[in-house]
Design a protein around this ligand. Structure first.
Ligand code: PDD
Length: 291
C-alpha cells in the first residue's frame, strides 16, 4: 500500500511518524473518512470543507492548498489501484499538529503531518442490511459540546472508543451515546434516525453530535419524499417506542437497527421507511459524486 506522507508517496514500511508528533502525544489532529463509488469521490467538497472546519476549530493550518486536494486524492487512489470500476475506495485523510517538543503549545510544532491512506472499501456484509444490527445505550456520555465541539472531527476519539468498548463487551454492533441531559446524540461513528408514527426523527445538532454528511443528505431525501421530519431532543424512551431505526455514515450508507438494549425495534426487522430511504439514497447517489 502507498501512503501519502507530508509531500510524497511512501511505502507502508516508510510511512512512519515521529514519537514527538503531537497527534501521538496528545491526539492533537483532525481527520476525514471519505469514499468513492468507482472512480468518483462521494461528497468530496463537503468532506474537504468539514476537514477545513475541523482544522480551523483547533487552529491548525492545512499545509496543502485547497485546489490541490482533488488531484492528490485521485493520485492516492490510483497508486493503490482503487477507485475504479467495481473497486470503490476508502480514503482517510489525517492531519496532525506535527512533531515538536513535549508541551501543549501548538507553536512547538512548526510543520503539520499530513497522511492520506487509500484502500479498497469494505462495505458491511449484505446480511447486515437484511437482519439489521443491534445497539446498546452506552454509560459513556457524549462529550459536552462546550468542552469539545463534536463538529471537530478530531484524532482523539477516546469518547467514542470508550462507548465502542461497551458495545463490544455487550456483544452489540455499536453504542448510542446520550448527552449531558440524557438525550440521544449519535453512535460511535454514525448518526441515528428513528421512525415514530410515520415521522422520521433524528437528534438535532444542538444535542451535541457530528453534522454527518450522510445525515444531511438523508434529511433532504426524506423531505423530497414528503416524509415528515423532526430534528429535536429525544430520550431513550422514544427509541423504545420507535417503529424503525437506522444509522447513517459514509461507509454504511443506511444501516437498519433492529434491536436496542436487547429489545426489538418495531417488528424486529428493517422497516419500510428505512428501506425506502436507502433505496432513494442508492437511486440518487450519483448526483452527489464529483464530476
Ligand atoms: N465517521 N458521527 C460520528 C461521531 C462520526 O465519526 C461519523 C463519521 C458520523 C457520520 O458522518 P458521515 O455521514 O459524514 O460519514 C457521525 C466516519 C465514517 C469515521 O469515523 O470513519
Amino acid at each position: 500500500m502507498w501512503i501519502y506522507l507530508n509531500d510524497r508517496f511512501v511505502t507502508e514500511q516508510e510511512a512512519v511518524v515521529s514519537v514527538f508528533d503531537h497527534g501521538f502525544l496528545y491526539g492533537d489532529g483532525v481527520y476525514e473518512t471519505i469514499r468513492s463509488y468507482g472512480s468518483r469521490i462521494f461528497m468530496r467538497d463537503q468532506h474537504l470543507a468539514r476537514l477545513r472546519r475541523s482544522a480551523e476549530g483547533i487552529g491548525l493550518a492545512i499545509p496543502i492548498p485547497e485546489q490541490q486536494w482533488p488531484a492528490l486524492l485521485h493520485e492516492a487512489m490510483e497508486k493503490n489501484v482503487v477507485g475504479q470500476d467495481h473497486r470503490d475506495a476508502y480514503l482517510r485523510i489525517t492531519i496532525s499538529r506535527g512533531p515538536g517538543d513535549i508541551g501543549l503549545d501548538p507553536s512547538l510544532c512548526p510543520t503539520a503531518t499530513v497522511v492520506i491512506m487509500t484502500k479498497p472499501l469494505q462495505p458491511p456484509p449484505p446480511e447486515q442490511y437484511k437482519t439489521g444490527v443491534s445497539l446498546i445505550v452506552a454509560n459513556t456520555r457524549r462529550n459536552l459540546p462546550s468542552a469539545l465541539s463534536p463538529q471537530i472531527k478530531a484524532t482523539n476519539f477516546l469518547n467514542n472508543i470508550l462507548a465502542k468498548r461497551e458495545a463490544i463487551a455487550a456483544g452489540a454492533f455499536d453504542s448510542i451515546l446520550l448527552n449531558w441531559e440524557s438525550q440521544l446524540t449519535e453512535c460511535t461513528v454514525s448518526n441515528i434516525f428513528f421512525v415514530l408514527a410515520g415521522r422520521l426523527c433524528t437528534p438535532s445538532l444542538d444535542c451535541g453530535l457530528l453534522d454527518g454528511i450522510t445525515r444531511d443528505l438523508l434529511l433532504g431525501l426524506a423531505r423530497d419524499a414528503q416524509i415528515p421530519v423532526s430534528e429535536g431532543h429525544f430520550g431513550v424512551e422514544s427509541l423504545h417506542q420507535a417503529d424503525e431505526c437506522f444509522l447513517t455514515n459514509t461507509t454504511m450508507e443506511v444501516m437498519p437497527v433492529t434491536r436496542v438494549d436487547g429489545h426489538p425495534v418495531g417488528k424486529g426487522t428493517p422497516g419500510p421507511i428505512t428501506q425506502q430511504l436507502h433505496g432513494q439514497f442508492i437511486a440518487n447517489r450519483a448526483r452527489f459524486l464529483e464530476p
